[in-house]
Write a protein that binds this ligand. Structure first.
Ligand code: HAM
Length: 420
Protein backbone atom coordinates (compact mmCIF):
# COMPACT_ATOMS: atom_id res chain seq x y z
CA UNK A 1 0.00 0.00 0.00
CA UNK A 2 1.38 3.40 -0.84
CA UNK A 3 0.97 6.15 1.67
CA UNK A 4 -1.53 8.87 0.95
CA UNK A 5 1.12 11.53 1.57
CA UNK A 6 4.86 11.51 1.23
CA UNK A 7 7.52 14.08 2.07
CA UNK A 8 8.52 16.26 -0.88
CA UNK A 9 11.19 14.72 -3.11
CA UNK A 10 14.77 15.41 -2.14
CA UNK A 11 14.08 16.47 1.44
CA UNK A 12 15.87 14.55 4.18
CA UNK A 13 14.02 13.91 7.43
CA UNK A 14 15.58 13.06 10.75
CA UNK A 15 13.79 11.22 13.50
CA UNK A 16 14.86 9.36 16.64
CA UNK A 17 17.32 7.85 17.22
CA UNK A 18 19.29 9.37 14.27
CA UNK A 19 17.98 12.89 14.84
CA UNK A 20 20.15 13.08 17.98
CA UNK A 21 23.22 12.81 15.76
CA UNK A 22 21.89 15.51 13.44
CA UNK A 23 21.38 17.89 16.38
CA UNK A 24 24.80 17.08 17.79
CA UNK A 25 26.41 17.83 14.41
CA UNK A 26 24.57 21.14 14.16
CA UNK A 27 25.63 22.15 17.68
CA UNK A 28 29.23 21.10 17.10
CA UNK A 29 29.42 23.14 13.89
CA UNK A 30 28.21 26.25 15.71
CA UNK A 31 30.23 25.91 18.91
CA UNK A 32 33.62 27.27 17.79
CA UNK A 33 31.88 30.40 16.40
CA UNK A 34 30.00 30.92 19.68
CA UNK A 35 33.35 30.71 21.47
CA UNK A 36 34.84 33.36 19.18
CA UNK A 37 32.36 36.16 19.78
CA UNK A 38 29.87 35.53 16.98
CA UNK A 39 26.30 36.46 17.92
CA UNK A 40 23.28 34.52 16.69
CA UNK A 41 21.11 35.97 13.92
CA UNK A 42 17.71 34.52 13.00
CA UNK A 43 16.53 35.47 9.52
CA UNK A 44 13.54 34.86 7.26
CA UNK A 45 13.59 31.72 5.15
CA UNK A 46 12.21 33.74 2.23
CA UNK A 47 13.24 37.13 0.87
CA UNK A 48 12.72 39.46 -2.08
CA UNK A 49 13.87 37.50 -5.15
CA UNK A 50 15.99 40.46 -6.28
CA UNK A 51 18.16 40.19 -3.18
CA UNK A 52 19.47 36.86 -4.44
CA UNK A 53 19.60 37.98 -8.08
CA UNK A 54 21.78 40.94 -7.10
CA UNK A 55 23.68 39.31 -4.29
CA UNK A 56 24.38 35.78 -5.47
CA UNK A 57 24.47 36.51 -9.23
CA UNK A 58 22.05 36.10 -12.08
CA UNK A 59 24.36 33.81 -14.05
CA UNK A 60 24.80 31.26 -11.24
CA UNK A 61 22.93 27.95 -11.38
CA UNK A 62 21.73 28.65 -7.84
CA UNK A 63 19.81 31.73 -8.97
CA UNK A 64 18.99 30.95 -12.59
CA UNK A 65 17.87 27.34 -12.18
CA UNK A 66 17.51 26.33 -8.57
CA UNK A 67 15.47 28.91 -6.69
CA UNK A 68 11.97 28.26 -5.42
CA UNK A 69 10.37 31.49 -6.57
CA UNK A 70 6.73 32.52 -6.32
CA UNK A 71 4.57 35.60 -6.13
CA UNK A 72 3.15 36.31 -2.69
CA UNK A 73 -0.43 37.43 -2.22
CA UNK A 74 0.58 41.04 -2.83
CA UNK A 75 2.17 40.12 -6.18
CA UNK A 76 5.76 40.51 -4.91
CA UNK A 77 8.32 38.02 -6.16
CA UNK A 78 9.62 36.00 -3.23
CA UNK A 79 12.22 33.23 -3.14
CA UNK A 80 13.01 30.63 -0.53
CA UNK A 81 16.57 31.41 0.54
CA UNK A 82 19.10 29.32 -1.40
CA UNK A 83 21.95 30.53 0.84
CA UNK A 84 22.49 32.77 3.86
CA UNK A 85 25.04 35.46 3.04
CA UNK A 86 22.79 37.76 1.00
CA UNK A 87 20.13 37.74 3.74
CA UNK A 88 22.68 38.51 6.45
CA UNK A 89 24.01 41.45 4.42
CA UNK A 90 20.47 42.71 3.87
CA UNK A 91 19.84 42.59 7.63
CA UNK A 92 23.18 44.26 8.46
CA UNK A 93 22.36 47.13 6.08
CA UNK A 94 18.68 47.40 7.02
CA UNK A 95 19.27 47.45 10.78
CA UNK A 96 22.51 49.44 10.66
CA UNK A 97 24.47 46.70 12.42
CA UNK A 98 27.56 48.02 10.64
CA UNK A 99 27.29 51.36 12.45
CA UNK A 100 28.53 49.86 15.70
CA UNK A 101 31.71 48.03 16.53
CA UNK A 102 33.44 46.28 13.63
CA UNK A 103 33.73 43.55 12.62
CA UNK A 104 30.10 42.53 12.94
CA UNK A 105 30.34 38.84 13.77
CA UNK A 106 27.22 36.75 13.25
CA UNK A 107 26.29 33.10 13.05
CA UNK A 108 23.14 31.38 11.84
CA UNK A 109 21.68 27.91 11.35
CA UNK A 110 18.66 26.67 9.51
CA UNK A 111 17.18 25.32 6.30
CA UNK A 112 18.06 26.48 2.78
CA UNK A 113 16.39 25.54 -0.47
CA UNK A 114 17.70 24.67 -3.92
CA UNK A 115 15.74 22.84 -6.60
CA UNK A 116 18.61 20.51 -7.47
CA UNK A 117 18.43 16.98 -8.82
CA UNK A 118 18.23 15.00 -5.58
CA UNK A 119 20.79 12.34 -4.75
CA UNK A 120 22.72 11.16 -1.69
CA UNK A 121 23.92 14.36 0.03
CA UNK A 122 22.26 16.69 -2.48
CA UNK A 123 18.92 17.85 -1.24
CA UNK A 124 16.24 20.40 -2.06
CA UNK A 125 15.96 21.43 1.55
CA UNK A 126 19.25 21.22 3.41
CA UNK A 127 20.72 22.75 6.54
CA UNK A 128 23.69 25.00 7.04
CA UNK A 129 25.50 26.49 9.97
CA UNK A 130 27.08 29.71 8.78
CA UNK A 131 29.11 32.65 10.01
CA UNK A 132 29.73 36.09 8.54
CA UNK A 133 32.37 38.57 9.79
CA UNK A 134 31.74 41.94 8.24
CA UNK A 135 33.50 45.28 8.11
CA UNK A 136 37.18 44.62 8.68
CA UNK A 137 39.56 43.52 5.99
CA UNK A 138 42.21 41.72 7.97
CA UNK A 139 43.75 38.46 6.70
CA UNK A 140 43.87 37.25 10.31
CA UNK A 141 40.06 37.36 10.31
CA UNK A 142 39.99 35.20 7.16
CA UNK A 143 42.21 32.71 9.00
CA UNK A 144 39.93 32.82 12.05
CA UNK A 145 36.84 32.02 9.99
CA UNK A 146 38.54 29.11 8.24
CA UNK A 147 39.95 27.76 11.50
CA UNK A 148 36.50 27.84 13.14
CA UNK A 149 35.20 25.47 10.48
CA UNK A 150 38.27 23.26 10.76
CA UNK A 151 37.91 23.13 14.54
CA UNK A 152 34.21 22.25 14.25
CA UNK A 153 34.93 19.28 11.97
CA UNK A 154 37.77 18.14 14.17
CA UNK A 155 35.63 18.36 17.31
CA UNK A 156 33.29 15.80 15.73
CA UNK A 157 36.25 13.47 15.21
CA UNK A 158 36.33 13.89 11.42
CA UNK A 159 39.74 13.29 9.86
CA UNK A 160 39.06 12.44 6.22
CA UNK A 161 38.37 15.93 4.88
CA UNK A 162 40.60 18.33 2.95
CA UNK A 163 40.54 22.11 3.04
CA UNK A 164 40.89 23.45 -0.51
CA UNK A 165 42.13 27.04 -0.56
CA UNK A 166 42.75 29.72 -3.13
CA UNK A 167 42.49 33.44 -3.81
CA UNK A 168 40.14 34.73 -6.47
CA UNK A 169 41.64 38.21 -6.65
CA UNK A 170 39.78 41.49 -6.49
CA UNK A 171 38.17 44.17 -8.62
CA UNK A 172 41.65 45.22 -9.76
CA UNK A 173 43.22 41.92 -10.80
CA UNK A 174 40.17 39.81 -11.65
CA UNK A 175 39.07 41.63 -14.86
CA UNK A 176 42.45 41.39 -16.66
CA UNK A 177 42.76 37.74 -15.58
CA UNK A 178 39.26 37.06 -16.81
CA UNK A 179 40.14 38.52 -20.18
CA UNK A 180 43.30 36.44 -20.34
CA UNK A 181 41.30 33.30 -19.56
CA UNK A 182 38.68 34.20 -22.13
CA UNK A 183 41.35 34.63 -24.82
CA UNK A 184 42.82 31.28 -23.86
CA UNK A 185 39.42 29.56 -23.97
CA UNK A 186 38.65 31.21 -27.31
CA UNK A 187 41.52 29.26 -28.87
CA UNK A 188 40.20 25.86 -27.74
CA UNK A 189 37.73 23.68 -29.55
CA UNK A 190 34.79 23.75 -27.19
CA UNK A 191 31.19 22.80 -27.88
CA UNK A 192 28.67 25.56 -28.36
CA UNK A 193 27.24 25.47 -24.84
CA UNK A 194 30.70 25.58 -23.23
CA UNK A 195 31.76 28.46 -25.50
CA UNK A 196 28.68 30.32 -24.38
CA UNK A 197 29.60 29.69 -20.76
CA UNK A 198 33.16 30.86 -21.49
CA UNK A 199 31.77 34.16 -22.78
CA UNK A 200 29.44 34.61 -19.79
CA UNK A 201 31.58 33.37 -16.93
CA UNK A 202 34.92 31.88 -18.06
CA UNK A 203 35.85 30.81 -14.52
CA UNK A 204 33.06 28.26 -14.53
CA UNK A 205 34.68 26.46 -17.49
CA UNK A 206 37.65 25.64 -15.27
CA UNK A 207 35.26 23.52 -13.22
CA UNK A 208 34.14 21.41 -16.20
CA UNK A 209 34.55 17.79 -15.14
CA UNK A 210 34.68 16.24 -18.63
CA UNK A 211 38.14 14.74 -19.33
CA UNK A 212 38.21 16.06 -22.92
CA UNK A 213 37.71 19.60 -21.59
CA UNK A 214 40.09 19.16 -18.64
CA UNK A 215 42.81 18.00 -21.06
CA UNK A 216 42.56 21.23 -23.00
CA UNK A 217 42.64 23.24 -19.77
CA UNK A 218 46.00 21.90 -18.58
CA UNK A 219 47.78 25.11 -19.62
CA UNK A 220 44.98 27.51 -18.69
CA UNK A 221 46.12 30.67 -16.87
CA UNK A 222 45.19 30.62 -13.16
CA UNK A 223 44.05 33.54 -11.02
CA UNK A 224 46.60 32.84 -8.24
CA UNK A 225 49.41 33.42 -10.73
CA UNK A 226 47.91 36.77 -11.70
CA UNK A 227 47.06 38.44 -8.40
CA UNK A 228 47.78 42.12 -7.88
CA UNK A 229 50.39 42.85 -5.22
CA UNK A 230 47.77 43.66 -2.56
CA UNK A 231 45.90 40.41 -3.15
CA UNK A 232 49.17 38.48 -3.13
CA UNK A 233 50.18 40.01 0.19
CA UNK A 234 46.72 39.33 1.59
CA UNK A 235 46.82 35.69 0.51
CA UNK A 236 50.34 35.20 1.90
CA UNK A 237 49.24 36.64 5.23
CA UNK A 238 46.15 34.39 5.37
CA UNK A 239 48.36 31.36 4.88
CA UNK A 240 50.85 32.50 7.51
CA UNK A 241 48.02 32.84 10.06
CA UNK A 242 46.48 29.52 9.07
CA UNK A 243 49.79 27.77 9.56
CA UNK A 244 50.12 29.44 12.97
CA UNK A 245 46.65 28.15 13.85
CA UNK A 246 47.70 24.62 12.89
CA UNK A 247 45.23 24.40 10.02
CA UNK A 248 46.30 22.28 7.05
CA UNK A 249 45.18 23.02 3.53
CA UNK A 250 45.73 22.17 -0.08
CA UNK A 251 46.26 24.85 -2.72
CA UNK A 252 43.31 24.70 -5.10
CA UNK A 253 43.98 27.19 -7.92
CA UNK A 254 41.09 25.77 -9.94
CA UNK A 255 38.53 25.94 -7.16
CA UNK A 256 35.30 27.36 -8.54
CA UNK A 257 32.43 28.19 -6.23
CA UNK A 258 28.80 28.28 -7.28
CA UNK A 259 28.15 31.85 -6.08
CA UNK A 260 29.39 35.04 -7.77
CA UNK A 261 30.24 37.25 -4.79
CA UNK A 262 33.60 35.79 -3.84
CA UNK A 263 36.80 37.84 -3.86
CA UNK A 264 40.26 37.01 -2.53
CA UNK A 265 40.29 34.17 0.05
CA UNK A 266 38.01 31.35 -1.09
CA UNK A 267 37.80 27.84 0.31
CA UNK A 268 35.93 24.59 0.41
CA UNK A 269 36.09 21.62 2.77
CA UNK A 270 35.80 18.40 0.81
CA UNK A 271 35.13 14.90 2.05
CA UNK A 272 35.38 11.84 -0.19
CA UNK A 273 32.86 9.72 1.71
CA UNK A 274 29.60 11.16 0.36
CA UNK A 275 29.47 9.79 -3.17
CA UNK A 276 29.49 12.46 -5.86
CA UNK A 277 28.91 15.35 -3.42
CA UNK A 278 32.15 16.23 -1.73
CA UNK A 279 31.64 19.76 -0.41
CA UNK A 280 30.84 19.58 3.31
CA UNK A 281 31.33 23.32 3.73
CA UNK A 282 32.65 26.34 1.94
CA UNK A 283 33.00 30.06 1.97
CA UNK A 284 35.21 33.02 1.33
CA UNK A 285 35.61 36.77 1.25
CA UNK A 286 33.02 38.94 -0.51
CA UNK A 287 34.36 42.46 -0.63
CA UNK A 288 31.93 44.01 -3.10
CA UNK A 289 28.70 42.44 -1.86
CA UNK A 290 27.57 44.97 0.69
CA UNK A 291 27.96 47.94 -1.68
CA UNK A 292 26.26 45.88 -4.40
CA UNK A 293 23.26 45.54 -2.08
CA UNK A 294 23.12 49.28 -1.37
CA UNK A 295 25.14 49.42 1.84
CA UNK A 296 28.51 50.86 2.80
CA UNK A 297 31.53 49.61 0.92
CA UNK A 298 32.62 47.14 3.59
CA UNK A 299 34.10 43.73 2.99
CA UNK A 300 33.26 40.51 4.74
CA UNK A 301 34.13 36.84 5.00
CA UNK A 302 32.15 33.81 6.05
CA UNK A 303 31.29 30.20 5.53
CA UNK A 304 28.32 27.88 5.23
CA UNK A 305 28.82 24.37 6.60
CA UNK A 306 26.43 21.71 5.37
CA UNK A 307 24.85 20.05 8.41
CA UNK A 308 23.35 17.17 6.40
CA UNK A 309 26.59 16.47 4.57
CA UNK A 310 28.68 16.71 7.74
CA UNK A 311 26.28 14.22 9.34
CA UNK A 312 26.83 11.90 6.34
CA UNK A 313 30.61 12.38 6.59
CA UNK A 314 30.46 11.35 10.27
CA UNK A 315 28.52 8.25 9.30
CA UNK A 316 31.00 7.48 6.51
CA UNK A 317 33.84 7.65 9.05
CA UNK A 318 31.91 5.44 11.47
CA UNK A 319 31.78 8.15 14.14
CA UNK A 320 29.04 7.91 16.71
CA UNK A 321 27.88 11.43 17.38
CA UNK A 322 25.26 12.53 19.90
CA UNK A 323 23.18 10.36 22.13
CA UNK A 324 19.42 9.89 21.76
CA UNK A 325 17.44 11.57 24.53
CA UNK A 326 16.96 9.14 27.37
CA UNK A 327 15.05 9.32 30.60
CA UNK A 328 16.44 8.80 34.07
CA UNK A 329 13.19 7.64 35.59
CA UNK A 330 10.15 5.81 34.26
CA UNK A 331 6.96 6.07 36.31
CA UNK A 332 4.44 3.23 36.32
CA UNK A 333 0.96 3.85 37.78
CA UNK A 334 -1.24 0.84 38.53
CA UNK A 335 -4.78 2.08 39.13
CA UNK A 336 -6.69 5.34 38.80
CA UNK A 337 -5.75 6.97 42.09
CA UNK A 338 -2.10 6.04 41.60
CA UNK A 339 -2.20 7.57 38.15
CA UNK A 340 -3.26 10.99 39.42
CA UNK A 341 -0.43 10.93 41.94
CA UNK A 342 2.12 9.71 39.36
CA UNK A 343 1.21 12.43 36.86
CA UNK A 344 1.79 15.06 39.55
CA UNK A 345 5.03 13.36 40.61
CA UNK A 346 6.22 13.38 37.00
CA UNK A 347 5.77 17.15 36.94
CA UNK A 348 7.71 17.60 40.19
CA UNK A 349 10.58 15.40 39.03
CA UNK A 350 10.95 17.29 35.75
CA UNK A 351 10.98 20.61 37.56
CA UNK A 352 13.70 19.15 39.78
CA UNK A 353 15.72 18.40 36.62
CA UNK A 354 15.12 14.63 36.55
CA UNK A 355 14.34 13.39 33.04
CA UNK A 356 11.11 11.52 33.53
CA UNK A 357 8.68 9.54 31.39
CA UNK A 358 5.42 7.83 32.35
CA UNK A 359 3.69 4.58 31.29
CA UNK A 360 0.63 6.06 29.62
CA UNK A 361 -2.37 4.10 28.42
CA UNK A 362 -3.17 2.19 31.62
CA UNK A 363 -1.14 -0.83 30.60
CA UNK A 364 -0.67 -3.79 32.95
CA UNK A 365 2.54 -4.16 34.92
CA UNK A 366 4.24 -6.41 32.34
CA UNK A 367 3.71 -4.07 29.39
CA UNK A 368 4.66 -1.04 31.46
CA UNK A 369 7.92 -2.65 32.62
CA UNK A 370 8.81 -3.51 29.05
CA UNK A 371 8.30 0.14 28.15
CA UNK A 372 10.46 1.09 31.14
CA UNK A 373 13.29 -1.13 29.87
CA UNK A 374 13.02 0.29 26.36
CA UNK A 375 13.08 3.87 27.66
CA UNK A 376 16.67 3.46 28.81
CA UNK A 377 15.77 4.85 32.25
CA UNK A 378 17.90 3.84 35.21
CA UNK A 379 14.99 3.60 37.65
CA UNK A 380 11.35 2.64 37.47
CA UNK A 381 8.92 3.88 40.10
CA UNK A 382 5.85 1.69 40.48
CA UNK A 383 2.84 2.88 42.45
CA UNK A 384 -0.30 0.78 42.93
CA UNK A 385 -3.45 1.95 44.70
CA UNK A 386 -2.42 -0.03 47.79
CA UNK A 387 1.04 1.61 47.84
CA UNK A 388 -0.74 4.91 47.66
CA UNK A 389 -2.76 4.14 50.80
CA UNK A 390 0.51 3.45 52.63
CA UNK A 391 2.20 6.52 51.12
CA UNK A 392 4.98 4.52 49.44
CA UNK A 393 6.33 3.65 45.99
CA UNK A 394 8.35 0.69 44.73
CA UNK A 395 11.68 1.91 43.39
CA UNK A 396 13.35 -0.51 40.99
CA UNK A 397 16.86 -0.22 39.63
CA UNK A 398 16.38 -1.45 36.09
CA UNK A 399 19.81 -2.90 35.28
CA UNK A 400 20.02 -5.02 38.46
CA UNK A 401 16.35 -5.63 39.22
CA UNK A 402 17.01 -4.57 42.83
CA UNK A 403 13.86 -3.13 44.39
CA UNK A 404 13.10 -1.14 47.52
CA UNK A 405 10.19 0.71 49.08
CA UNK A 406 10.47 4.49 49.40
CA UNK A 407 8.19 7.09 50.95
CA UNK A 408 6.33 9.02 48.27
CA UNK A 409 6.97 12.28 50.05
CA UNK A 410 10.74 11.81 49.88
CA UNK A 411 10.87 10.33 46.39
CA UNK A 412 12.12 13.39 44.52
CA UNK A 413 15.05 13.79 46.92
CA UNK A 414 15.88 10.07 46.91
CA UNK A 415 15.94 10.00 43.12
CA UNK A 416 17.99 13.15 42.84
CA UNK A 417 20.54 11.69 45.23
CA UNK A 418 20.72 8.31 43.48
CA UNK A 419 21.04 9.89 40.05
CA UNK A 420 23.68 12.43 41.07
P1 HAM B 1 27.68 26.88 -0.63
O1 HAM B 1 29.02 26.27 -0.94
O2 HAM B 1 26.77 27.07 -1.77
O3 HAM B 1 27.99 28.25 0.09
O4 HAM B 1 26.97 26.01 0.46
C1 HAM B 1 27.62 25.71 1.68
C2 HAM B 1 27.46 24.25 2.02
O5 HAM B 1 26.07 23.90 2.06
C3 HAM B 1 28.04 23.29 1.00
O6 HAM B 1 29.43 23.09 1.20
C4 HAM B 1 27.25 22.02 1.29
O7 HAM B 1 27.83 21.32 2.37
C5 HAM B 1 25.90 22.56 1.71
N1 HAM B 1 24.97 22.43 0.57
C6 HAM B 1 24.82 23.28 -0.48
N2 HAM B 1 23.87 22.82 -1.31
C7 HAM B 1 23.41 21.66 -0.80
C8 HAM B 1 22.40 20.71 -1.18
N3 HAM B 1 21.67 20.86 -2.28
N4 HAM B 1 22.18 19.63 -0.39
C9 HAM B 1 22.92 19.45 0.75
N5 HAM B 1 23.86 20.32 1.17
C10 HAM B 1 24.10 21.41 0.42
C11 HAM B 1 27.02 29.10 0.56
O8 HAM B 1 25.87 28.84 0.64
C12 HAM B 1 27.59 30.41 1.07
N6 HAM B 1 26.50 31.26 1.53
C13 HAM B 1 28.60 30.19 2.15
C14 HAM B 1 29.24 31.46 2.60
C15 HAM B 1 28.93 32.16 3.72
N7 HAM B 1 30.16 32.13 1.95
C16 HAM B 1 30.44 33.23 2.61
N8 HAM B 1 29.69 33.26 3.68
Amino acid sequence: MTNLFQAPKGVPEYFPPDSAAFLAVRDALAKPACNAGYGYIELPTFEDTNLFVRGVGESTDVVSKEMYTFDDRGGRSISLRPEGTAGVMRAVIEHGLDRGQLPVKLWYAGPFFRAERPQQGRYRQFHQVGVEAVGIDDPALDAEVISLADEAYRSLGLTGYTLMLTSLGCAVCRPPYREMLQTFLGRLSLDEETSRRAALNPLRVLDDKRPEVQEQLAEAPLQVDHLCSECRQHYDAVRTHLAALGVRWQEAPRLVRGLDYYTRTTFEFQHPGLGSQSGIGGGGRYDGLMAQLGGQDLGGIGFGLGTDRTYLACRAEGLSVGRPERCDVFLVPLGDAAKTRIVALGGLLRVAGVRTDIAYGDRGLKGAMKAADRSGARYAVIVGDRDLESGVAQLKRLNTGEQSEVLLTGLVDVLKERLA
